[in-house]
Design a protein around this ligand. Structure first.
Ligand code: 0PR
Length: 357
């Protein structure tokens, strides 16, 4: 086979990062295992229990129920499916913020649900008044994002929980990316802070596990019962996951890296990312770009299209928001050295007329 994976030294837009060494090692050892068949692959299934327990610690949920999914998309689809299966309405809807990841559109499509998209306020979090107006007797779930894909913002989760409760709907929190940084902030986002029913939190993003390792957790095991189908020819009688055969590599790597890094390793990652986000936002501001003030460590700024394209031509993997800003995600591999090199290229490429530093 020819072909090498890309290096990470110019990857600024991804929510993935090189797996931690213990995650890589565990993934290799468990490549040929399938936690979807716990009767045969008992150790992989035990590691999944361990991973779910550790995820519970991260999100303030003692005695968690959940599993390691293929990613945030599957976890979000499954959470919406739980809500639909428990809804009494024949025409259920789900209320999501405009900042919700596009996986919710897939969920609505697959599950034939109406998606009601609530606008954001000026600080890029969901407008609670709109959520309240959009909810009705047919609302099966309210979704809050804790660490939005474009701006790293955190919706007011406790208030969304109250609205969901008032409407007898579930509250699902999408912390796919934010889940491994939020424990080190003052945000109220987890099962302990609010009446959260289900949560997506992905070890293969900030958790430094190998892909595929998404996470879905529920406060009540009954929510998973609503997904379970009979599996007559397997040793286990029921299966609540969306996929059948699953990656033992993802599961083992998630368990291994969380054992190694929770909480101190993740705290160090967060602190590096926070400091780098602040430094990078300042560097861009000094060069007269409009910067969206970072909350969680994602920096977006209005870098003109031609300059953006030139940076991409230099090999920088940067991406754009829906509003056309350039977006940089401060993953663990995005070190100060990487950002220094990026800013040096930015200075070399940007029109001299703009220079004021
Ligand atoms: N929820 C949130 C808040 C997300 O940001 C994402 C992915 C998902 C759910 C879906 O997760 P999976 O992709 O694991 O199914 N957000 C990134 C995005 O769409 C995904 C990504 C990751 C994109 C790495 C590029 C990349 O290199 O931007």
């Amino acid at each position: 086979m020819r072909g090498q994976p890309q290096d990470f030294d110019r990857v600024l837009s991804s929510m993935c990062t090189p797996p931690h060494p213990v995650a890589r090692d565990a993934a290799e050892r468990f490549l040929a295992t399938n936690p979807g068949d716990p009767g045969t692959y008992q150790t992989a299934a035990d590691l999944e229990d361990r991973a779910v327990d550790l995820l519970g610690e991260v999100v303030g949920l003692s005695d968690p129920t959940g599993y390691i999914a293929s990613g945030g998309t599957e976890a979000n689809i499954q959470a919406v499916r739980m809500a639909r299966n428990r809804a009494v309405s024949s025409d259920p809807n789900v209320v999501v913020p405009e900042s919700a990841h596009f996986s919710f559109q897939k969920a609505a499509d697959v599950l034939a649900l109406e998606l009601r998209i609530a606008p954001l306020t000026d600080d890029y979090t969901v407008d609670l008044g709109a959520v309240r107006r959009f909810c009705d007797d047919d609302t099966a779930a309210v979704v809050g994002v804790a660490g939005s894909t474009e701006y790293g913002r955190v919706d007011p989760i406790p208030e969304l929980g109250d609205i969901a409760d008032e409407n007898d709907a579930l509250l699902h929190v999408d912390a796919a990316w934010g889940g491994f940084v939020l424990p080190f902030t003052d945000h109220e986002w987890n099962f302990d802070h609010a009446s959260v029913d289900t949560m997506t939190i992905d070890p293969h993003k900030m958790g430094m596990a190998a892909i595929p390792a998404g996470g879905l957790l529920a406060r009540e095991p009954e929510l998973f019962d609503a997904l379970a189908v009979d599996t007559p020819y397997l040793e286990s009688a029921k299966q609540a996951t969306l996929t059948g055969t699953r990656s033992g590599a993802g599961v083992a790597s998630a368990a291994a890296v969380m054992e190694e890094c929770w909480p101190e390793g993740y705290r160090e990652n967060y602190e590096q990312a926070r400091d780098n986000a602040a430094w990078f936002a300042d560097a861009l501001r000094e060069r007269d770009f409009d910067v969206v003030e970072p909350d969680l460590p994602i920096v977006s700024a209005d870098v003109p299209t031609d300059l953006f394209e030139e940076l991409r031509d230099e090999g920088w993997r940067v991406s754009r928001t829906a509003d056309d800003e350039m977006r940089v995600v401060m993953m663990p591999h995005v070190t100060r050295e990487v950002l220094d090199a990026f800013v040096a290229d930015l200075d070399r490429l940007r029109p001299t007329a703009n220079m004021n530093t």
